[in-house]
Design a protein around this ligand. Structure first.
Ligand code: NAD
Length: 445
């Protein structure tokens, strides 16, 4: 672990693709080369093995269908020009338009987007949505950029993507470092090019532009619904739970507030700068007020300070990584002191770490199930924009709760039937559905 408490490396490398010609060829290429894509491929291969999936569908579902890399110039506030690199990856075009967020992070890569796009495919399929998966991003640090610079980056990135996006092609949404503001700029840029307003080209927009009031809090709220559904099935009560959450952005802060309202004791939270721990339970509304005023949680009174990743090791019942991928690795998995890990972030647990957790009897609710509330609300927003007909917030939350509850049921049933962990169970449901769709469409020409 680095001095600032961040997890920096895994112990050893991921289980090798050696002996798996199907993965070796894909992972040997430079296009998708990344730890995250390797994780996604290994998860897929494991699921395909369990399903005894035909070679044809392994080949058709493993690699992304389409990707775009773009380098574009942006005029900075000091009049200099900087070049930025952006990506968009669409994993499968079989089941309708593709759907997935775009993120602003200095180290975002094509391989990272490829993994995240594949996971979006499984998430949409698990929820029964008429989408394939996509993901995008721009290599930049939003904390170092002015609002004007971010607007010019967003508009140029949107313009570069126009050949492959659109309400019937690919519908972006917020992710790390992006939110309503960026979606509004994105939608405006696309609409200016089309000559008329196209709200349905992105989701997660401001309400005034056809966004949904529930979308902003949907992912965090959905994670809380999934935890509540799991609690019902496994027979534990939310108010008895101590919860530690890494990440206090859109997802983490909403989840912390919702669980706090449901009576759980949120004993640890963190952001990129550091964390807070209080075994008596943190006053989450006060932490949110502090962050709204100071941007970061450091200095909040009434709690012990901790490193950003140290909160994962705080003794509690439920640990929720809600920040970044690859945060629970072989290095720190032995130190987690909880009964359940709920993956609010995408790809936060490496395959080796997952094995260690399983051996230690720690259960895991996988990302494709846990954070599905975001894409569900995005789907509702897209449908409403298409129909020009708005549903009220209560109806949206009710529909989301019902659909997430059904997805938990499908995963629990598959896990029971196949005697496997919940990630594998979730992926079998999803992969089967996508393979069936691919089989029905066959191969063009
Ligand atoms: P965000 O940018 O709003 O928040 C990210 C949070 O993580 C911030 O509090 C940041 O300070 C913190 N953080 C960053 N690096 C950290 C580190 N090293 N240690 C601790 N905290 C750190 O992003 P978000 O939208 O909340 O997304 C969080 C995760 O949830 C991502 O994995 C994203 O892919 C996933 N997700 C988001 C959505 C959505 O609707 N926003 C939907 C599904 C999944």
């Amino acid at each position: 672990m680095a001095a600032d408490g961040q997890i920096t490396s895994d112990v050893g490398t991921s289980p090798p693709a050696a002996g798996r010609p199907d993965l070796e060829r894909v992972l040997a290429g430079s296009e998708w080369n990344s730890k995250l894509y390797e994780m996604a491929c290994l998860q897929f291969a494991h699921t395909a093995d369990l399903l005894d999936l035909d070679e044809e569908f392994r080949a058709r579902l493993l690699e992304p269908r389409r990707s775009l890399t773009t380098n574009f110039p942006v005029r900075m506030d000091d009049r200099s020009v900087r070049s930025f690199t952006g990506y968009r990856v669409q994993h499968t075009l079989t089941m309708g338009p593709t759907k997935g967020g775009f993120r602003y992070r200095p180290d975002v890569s094509l391989g990272e987007c490829a993994a995240l796009a594949m996971w979006m495919t499984w998430k949409c399929a698990l929820l029964g949505l008429p989408f394939g998966g996509a993901k995008g991003g721009v290599q930049c640090d939003p904390l170092d950029l002015s609002a004007g610079e971010l607007e010019r980056i967003t508009r140029r990135y949107a313009a570069e993507l126009i050949p492959i996006i659109g309400p019937e092609r690919d519908i972006p949404a917020p992710d790390i470092g992006t939110g309503e503001r960026e979606m509004a700029w994105f939608m405006d840029t696309y609409s200016q090019q089309m000559g008329y307003s196209v709200p349905e080209v992105v989701t997660g927009k401001p309400v005034a532009l056809g966004g949904s009031a529930v979308r902003q809090r949907s992912t965090g709220l959905g994670v809380a619904y999934v935890i509540a559904e799991v609690a019902k099935r496994w027979g534990f009560a939310i108010p008895d739970q101590r919860v530690a959450i890494q990440g206090f952005g859109n997802v983490g802060a909403t989840l912390a507030a919702t669980l706090h309202e449901m009576g759980a004791k949120v004993v640890a939270v963190s952001d990129i700068r550091g964390g807070l721990v209080n075994q008596a339970g943190l006053d989450i509304p006060a932490v949110r007020d502090w962050v709204a005023k100071h941007q970061f949680m450091e200095g909040f009174p009434g709690a012990d300070q901790a490193g950003p990743a140290q909160v994962l090791e705080v003794p509690c019942e439920i640990v929720v990584p809600a920040a970044l991928e690859r945060q629970i690795l072989a290095e720190n998995a032995p130190r987690l002191d909880c009964r359940l890990v709920v993956e609010a972030a995408n790809g936060p647990t490496s395959p080796q770490a997952e094995k260690i957790l399983a051996e230690r009897g720690i259960q895991l609710v996988p990302d494709v199930l846990a954070n599905g509330g975001g894409v569900l609300l995005s789907y509702f927003e897209w449908v409403q924009d298409h129909q020009r007909y708005l549903w009220d917030d209560g109806e949206l939350e009710g529909r989301m709760q019902k659909l997430l509850g059904s997805a938990v049921g499908r995963v629990a049933e598959a896990a029971e039937k196949l005697k496997c962990d919940w990630r594998t169970a979730a992926l079998t449901v999803a992969v089967k559905r996508v393979a069936k769709a691919a089989e029905a469409r066959a191969i063009y020409p």
